[in-house]
Ligand binder design. Structure first.
Ligand SMILES: [Ca+2]
Length: 91
């Protein structure tokens, strides 16, 4: 559990290269290199751009750490739903 949290934080910091936000290019790279197994459409740049827009709560075109956590939360929720087989109410 601790290592998972460390990985999550380190991945963001490494991808952001010392900045507070991930720009589109860094976000795309992160998704493609790290999340291909959990997410569909990671080979599609337009799908990743759509996803980034969905995460971008303050509409600044970048993904902050908080917005990144939204993605992690979404993926964790999807994973737990698929593991428990409760996909019936996916709305
Ligand atoms: Ca943002």
């Amino acid at each position: 559990m601790e290592s998972a949290i460390k990985t999550m934080v380190t991945t963001f910091l490494t991808s952001a290269r010392g900045k507070e936000n991930l720009d589109s290019k860094s976000f795309k790279k992160l998704v493609k290199s790290q999340l291909g197994g959990l997410m569909e459409d990671t080979s599609s740049s337009s799908a990743i751009e759509e996803m980034q827009k969905g995460l971008d709560e303050n509409n600044d075109g970048k993904v902050s750490f908080k917005e990144y956590l939204g993605l992690i939360g979404y993926l964790a929720k999807s994973l737990s739903e698929s593991k428990s087989g409760s996909n019936a109410d996916a709305s």
